[in-house]
Design a protein around this ligand. Structure first.
Ligand code: G
Ligand code: G
Ligand code: MN
Ligand code: NA
Length: 251
């Protein structure tokens, strides 16, 4: 409860930091970033696995997401002026998509700045039960029609992976790191990764392999045809301010 109160204050005071992790192409170029929330509570680092859950219980995820999106838009606007076109993906929980004001914000951002829809990607995780709510499917269809890219995150770890490919207009599939970690040695994981890539390919979806930690894993995934790679082997997440110049350097 004490942590919840502190978290509420931290969210309202915008003390949750936005960190970015690159998503790279096989030749090592940055294709995009994933935005990840980080909370430094007076020197004590609280992992998102803990505070995202607390924020959800407190109904504070829409505010957290609104603050994050506004920071991302500010960075993307700067990059846009510098002629840098590097999209940023961010994680969306069901509670955020169910929130009318947050949904309206996502729609109005694109009405006001049509270029933004190509620069913001939505990562939807399939593990949240609310993701089966028809209102969420309807909203994701609207966001897709507005031009937003939608990625299915943690693919293969939830209850309804294949059904989600029907219900959600996703154009990117992220293979969860639990399938990547045992590579290259484990044949069954390799077979699952290959089949998932074939499935995505037949649905015209891009694939992102996440959690790549070794050169062997990176080389293997590239040889299997994976075109977007993410993981500590390439770069760990770090504060957005550290990437602002990096983005500009691409102009
Ligand atoms: O970055 P890290 O591996 O610590 O993230 C742990 C989990 O928290 C991941 O599932 C990630 O998707 C989630 N997460 C990180 N930042 C955010 C955020 O801003 N919003 C939501 N909804 N989830 C996040
Ligand atoms: O659930 P989601 O895929 O959004 O989780 C992303 C989380 O994975 C982030 O917290 C990020 O810090 C973490 N992550 C990113 N790359 C790696 C990696 O190579 N290895 C491990 N163990 N975690 C990673
Ligand atoms: Mn993610
Ligand atoms: Na994931």
């Amino acid at each position: 409860h004490t942590l919840g109160l502190t978290l509420g204050t931290a969210i309202r005071n915008r003390e949750i930091e936005v960190w970015l992790q690159p998503q790279v192409t096989p030749d090592g170029q940055i294709r995009s970033f994933e935005a990840l929330s980080r909370w430094n509570n007076n020197g004590q680092f609280i992992p998102p696995n803990i505070f995202i859950g607390i924020a959800e219980t407190l109904g504070l995820l829409p505010l957290l997401a609104e603050n994050m999106v506004k920071e991302l838009v500010s960075t993307l606007t700067y990059w846009h002026e510098e002629k840098v076109h590097t999209p940023i993906a961010f994680n969306l929980a069901g509670q955020e998509l169910m929130n009318d004001a947050f949904f309206a914000l996502l729609m109005s951002l694109v009405s006001d700045n049509p270029w933004l829809s190509d620069m913001l990607e939505l990562e939807i995780t399939e593990t949240s039960p609310v993701m089966t709510n028809p209102l969420i499917h309807k909203r994701l269809r609207s966001l897709s029609q507005y031009g937003y890219s939608i990625a299915i995150d943690d693919f293969g770890t939830g209850q309804a992976s294949l059904g989600q490919l029907i219900d959600i207009p996703a154009n990117i599939l992220k293979i969860d790191r639990r399938f990547i970690a045992p590579l290259p040695d484990d044949q069954r994981h390799m077979d699952i990764v290959k089949s998932t890539m074939a499935l995505a390919n037949s649905l015209n979806m891009d694939v992102i392999a996440e959690g790549i930690e070794t050169k062997e894993q990176a080389d293997l995934l590239v040889s299997l045809g994976c075109t977007i790679l993410q993981g500590y082997y390439f770069a760990k997440p770090s504060p957005m301010s550290e990437w602002t110049a990096e983005g500009s350097a691409k102009a």
